[in-house]
Design a protein around this ligand. Sequence first.
Ligand code: 26Q
Length: 789
Amino acid sequence: MPDKRFDAASLIETAYQNYGKEFKQLTDKEKYHVVSKAVMQHIIPQWLETETFFQEKKKAYYLSAEFLMGRALGNNLINLRIEDDVRQILQDMGASLARVESAEADAGLGNGGLGRLAACFLDSAATLGYPLIGYGIRYEYGIFRQQIINGEQVEEGDDWNAMTDPWALRRESERSLIQFGDQTVYAVPYDTPVIGYGGKTINTLRLFVAEPLKNFNFDDFNNGRYQEAVKEKNEAKNITRVLYPNDSTREGKILRLKQQYFFTSAALQDLVKKYKAAGRDFEDFFKYHAVQLNDTHPSVAVPELIRLLMKEGLDFSKAFDITQQTLAYTNHTILQEALEKWDIALFQEILPEVYAIIEKIQNKLTLELTQKRLTVDEIENLAIIDKKQKVLRMAYLAIYGTHSTNGVAQLHTDILKETELNNWYRVYPERFNNKTNGITQRRWFLKANPEMAAFVTELLGSDAWITDLTQLEGLTAFAGDDEVIARFMAIKQEKKRQLADFVKFNEGTTLDLDSIFDIQIKRLHEYKRQLMNAFHILDLYYRIKEKGETTSCKRTFIFGAKAAPGYFRAKGIIKFINEIKHLIDNDETVKKYLEVVFVENYNVSYAELLFPAADISEQISTTGKEASGTGNMKFMLNGAATIGTLDGANVEIVEEAGAENNFIFGLEIDQVEALRKTYKPKDYYNKVPGLKRVVDSLIDGTFSDDGTGAFQDLYESLLEGHTWEKPDSYFVLADFDAYRKAHNHVCDVWQEPMRFARMCFLNMAHAGKFSSDRTIHEYAQEIWNVEQM
Ligand code: 26Q
């Protein structure tokens, strides 16, 4: 247990040391620093203890280009179980913990689901006492700050103060050299503690910063070449300057490749160096290390580990076997355009030595497949080095070079096996497995919703759910108790009020707490179908306005989403949503029934306010496209009902909570595949009542896209298509009517408040499966083979 004291005296002392001031004189931001530094002091003994405990044991390593951690202070206090003490100490010194916590910037070192999953996994592993070390990049700028100006997204750099973050310790002496074809840099590690619930296990997140071999060229400067003098430094630092704000389309940028190799090589060198120092035989390397690749972003680990092992004296064949037994790969996408491919010439130029190893791997693969009697065509079909397209297929490299390939929800894994990666599945069926995603209930329930958490503890007579979420099942016994349901509703109302306060402050909009809070928060992407949601809202607008549907429910539709800066169509959808908002806000009649809010700069901290305040969770992706989704789980756990398709983990959510407690609609996977062959969106456009009206609003002058052509483009994407894409690839028009009916059903149930609340309550009660604790147990036992502290 943490044994170093944490009290008022330690805060006062830290304030003196760091700021030369009385604690009372500090700004909120300075207080945040001081409290955080004091927590760091407090946990050091246990952090060291954890390291010592696992010193000789097998450990797991999570290699990820993204860790979307959000804020640390509040979460750490909760996991250390000193939150109430610290609140009191601060109060006694005239400070507010809530304000101090709010002074922390989000560590937004990720785009969305994949990055947040990595953060949840670290929390779960530390809580369960599994040795899991995160390895990644310490971006100077995280995911961009989004502003909405005139209804449009404008991006700004996210200067999150990477270098003054109180939670990180620079480990200068443990740096490694990273060599590219044209550049050599240092990778300098920064370690952040990952505190498990109860504070027993404290794991590490190690993020690397790129630095030059020489900071400053004195000679250049002296001779007036001022830019030259810092050129090497700038070029090195550029490698870890900024997170690529893309969450799907692969981008063949040199800098992105450098980022991937940079952190992957740094991580593996770190392991090899420590292993060597321990004096063990490299043939046993896999007995001490399990390395999980978070998508293909670190897939260069396959040739890189082989390269490093060969430098330690192993031959290629032995190095390959050990690498394969060490590494495992997680796939997070089925979108073809997201499968990473690198131009061979570019790759060879940047990473010549690594490319030479990939050629050896390709030769080995070809030989192996020949021995398995595959045809020349079949072998070509599985090639890592695709000579026709002149690209490297990184997913294939990851599957071949590892012993495990997993999908992130059952449906997703099935699709990988049966279609997307079927060619590989047929050759290596034993490698494929499923690990349905999860979320940490510590951040997403205990921290985000302390009111509901306390109520659940009271009902269950125990807080054991904090580390065993399946305990929530015990809540089902209370579903018939009207008093319990009424209290559940009162807490939901309080969370809606808290969100409304923040929305008022942040967006200037006043929310009606008695309306349905219907929330869609996730990255903006066509497959996620925010556009279908928007069309439905516009349809409601017309129905209320023209048919006088005054019995309609009062609804508040809340959106939060960042669009990749280069994703023109996604930005058009943001503008379209805001145009609809504007239309409604200026209509005295309709605005009594409808409200639209697009929250600015949706991030982890905003998410913590949004999930607990939802009545309805929008999970409406085209079936087959969302690998899993994890926001869906956060809503469920906080007692919201899902309106959704049977996609990703929604399938399993409905299995757990019952179709009768959610609003499931739309084409199912086989129907999507069947319809794809003959689909004519114009048929729906012409026949489905009201559909033409909302689609035409894109081009008939109802709205303005400020001359960008974005709305015309959206219109054409739905009805005309292009040579490179079929019209309405995501079946917005085909699913529209079913979606509208599901919303009508939501409104019907809403008229019976107790019935609606009971549905929500039962979702919370059945959320046990979706703890990332369950997921981590599965990884630890079925893939990593590591033991608990
Ligand atoms: C790749 C190359 C170049 C630039 C960027 C990228 C890139 C970056 C991030 C590609 C993809 C991502 C992120 C993908 C992602 O977040 N996928 C989501 O992963 C979640 C966790 O498994 C799932 O729940 C979601 O369904 C899935 O969309």
